[in-house]
Design a protein around this ligand. Structure first.
Ligand code: BGC
Length: 340
């Protein structure tokens, strides 16, 4: 597997880029944040990413990153385990916690171990108390290219009860990133009868049926079909919501029983998202407006240019006391992005 020096952190630490290959797939992954900075299918890059470490370090939109310890929002940046309150870093809407806090897993240097040409395991130990979370958490994320897919397996184990929700925040545009293009013409199908409704700060307020709403993706439709807002002040300008997957269409991929969660297509390339997780955050990049930090090839970032499909448990589960990872128990989930 090709390993190259990608850049040096301000403290001099080296950041490396690994290039994985299999069949029609090629992926470039950094040991910083486990960042997927290029993913090509038959030579076509289908994700947003940066070619320089400076771009990566300036990014605040989690481009291609591993997200942890806890993906999505935790209300009031706190939770309670066994009657004890844990306070987290509040990095969104002043009081809430988002994507692991100030320095989430996307900002950590991971130890990388390549296997052959197509598999890269990344290791990180998150110490007890990091960003406020209890327990030393040993994490292993394995990126594996199948001849037609990218598989990501997330494993973790903690020495104290804690909350974990690992995902990857890669932004897709199957036409390739471009300054002019957007994601509105791609079709999307999501196998979900309900979505998680949210308040103005995107904190969950309960489940709603998708029927007769713009959230009905049970039959494939153009992403832009029901988006009529003019800007981010309009609720129907973008999607940034969790969909609760119905799990009805199942397939065994690489020995694992997964559900087909969503399918994205531009008419030429089709991507299936398969997962054993119960939800997917569909985020049509409404906040992406970091024009001063161009992507690979000088492409200017702009709103609605791409879509993130972040597999996850239903957001804010720690506030409801759900999905606790018990000390010594194994966290083990898998998501596959398959292309045809
Ligand atoms: C969230 C967005 C947030 C973005 C950060 C997404 O997962 O749902 O609200 O702005 O991550 O780039």
């Amino acid at each position: 597997m090709k390993k190259e020096l990608f850049g040096r952190m301000p403290d001099g630490c080296e950041v490396h880029a690994y290039t994985l290959r299999n069949g029609k797939m090629e992926a470039r992954i950094l040991d910083l944040g486990g960042i997927l900075s290029r993913l090509s299918v038959n030579g076509q890059n289908v994700i947003l990413g940066f070619d320089t470490l400076e771009g990566v370090l300036e990014d605040t939109s989690y481009q291609g990153s591993l997200v942890g310890r806890y993906g999505n929002r935790i209300h009031n940046a706190r939770f309670v385990i066994d009657g004890k309150e844990y306070k987290l870093y509040a990095n969104t809407a002043k009081v809430n916690h988002l994507h692991g806090g100030k320095y989430g897993f996307n900002r950590k240097l991971w130890r990388a171990e390549p296997f052959g040409e197509s598999e890269l395991a990344l290791f990180y130990r998150s110490p007890d108390g990091e960003e406020g979370y209890p327990g030393n958490l040993d994490v292993r994320v394995t990126y594996k290219l199948l001849p037609d897919a990218l598989e990501i397996r997330y494993e973790a184990i903690s020495d104290k009860d804690t909350f974990v929700n690992l995902t990857n925040h890669v932004y897709f545009n199957l036409d390739g990133a471009s300054t002019e293009g957007d994601i509105l013409g791609h079709t999307l199908q999501i196998h979900a009868d309900t979505y998680t409704d949210v308040d103005k700060d995107l904190i969950p307020v309960g489940r709603k049926n998708v029927e007769n709403t713009r959230f009905d993706f049970r039959t494939a439709k153009k992403i832009g079909r029901d988006l009529h807002g003019k800007d981010m002040s309009d609720p129907d300008y973008s999607y940034d919501h969790n969909f609760n997957l119905d799990g009805r269409i199942r397939e065994t991929v690489d020995g694992r029983d997964l559900a087909l969660g969503a399918t994205l297509s531009n008419g030429r390339i089709t991507m299936d998202v398969l997962t054993d997780l119960p939800g997917v955050q569909c985020y049509t990049s409404g906040f992406l407006a970091h024009t001063e930090n161009p992507l690979s090839g000088g492409v200017i970032q702009h709103r609605r240019m791409a879509i993130a499909l972040e597999t996850q448990v239903e957001p804010d589960a720690p506030s409801r006391g759900e999905n606790l990872l018990k000390a010594g128990a194994k966290y083990d989930t898998m998501t596959v992005y398959r292309f045809s």
